[in-house]
Design a protein around this ligand. Structure first.
Ligand SMILES: [Zn+2]
Length: 204
């Protein structure tokens, strides 16, 4: 099976060790997709935009609110697909491993999304550790680094600590949108990022 996001470019998704671009397994810890498949078993049921695999964390209005924001995100970044997955890791499981596995096992994006054409984003929120992990496709790597992703996922922590998981996810989605707009402008000043009318400066 082709891997949307193999162990390349920067770091192993599991242990963070730097990786060669050709590595199929992490040279430091041995992590790879097959290992993750063995570890996590059957692919869970999931929605394209929002999944509450715990079936307990989101109210219906929270679910719809997050879904609405993710659709707005796609209006701003039409090649993109942003999915949010709420879960509760078991002891000994790593959210980074799980996120990598989900990213590569679920078909969140309808596009021909292999490698550099992959502009997908996956945010996993773990009720167990009260933390989040953000993973992106290759197409977005020129815009967001591994430390950017870590910082952005951290934007949910104040809310997660209070067990306000939907609020935390919303904060992260907003921060990702703002950061991506900024980075697109920096890299491609001639191509303004698509900004929704409501966020555009009002004429004066
Ligand atoms: Zn590793």
């Amino acid at each position: 099976m082709p891997v949307d996001q193999p162990l390349v470019e920067t770091r192993c998704p599991s242990c963070g060790a730097p990786q060669e671009t050709t590595a199929s397994s992490c040279t430091a810890c041995g992590f790879n997709l097959d290992l993750a498949k063995q570890r996590f078993g059957a692919i869970p049921r999931y929605g394209i935009h929002v999944t509450d695999s715990t079936e307990a964390v989101l109210t219906l209005s929270e679910y719809r609110g997050i879904e609405r924001r993710l659709k707005q995100f796609e209006n701003q970044f039409p090649q993109s697909r942003f999915s949010v997955f709420f879960t509760a890791m078991l002891p000994g499981q790593k959210l980074e491993d799980y996120t990598f596995w989900l990213f590569n096992s679920c078909h969140f994006t309808p596009f021909d999304s292999k490698l550099s054409n992959n502009f997908a984003l996956l945010l996993t929120v773990d009720l167990q550790s009260r933390s989040a992990c953000l993973m992106i496709g290759y197409g977005l790597e020129p815009y967001l680094s591994a430390s950017d992703l870590e910082a952005l996922a951290g934007r949910g922590l104040p809310a997660f600590r209070k067990a306000r998981y939907a609020d935390g996810a919303r904060a992260i989605i907003a921060a990702v949108g703002a950061e991506l707009r900024k980075r697109i402008r920096e890299r491609e000043p001639g191509l303004p990022a698509r900004v929704p009318a409501s966020a555009a400066p009002s004429p004066s």
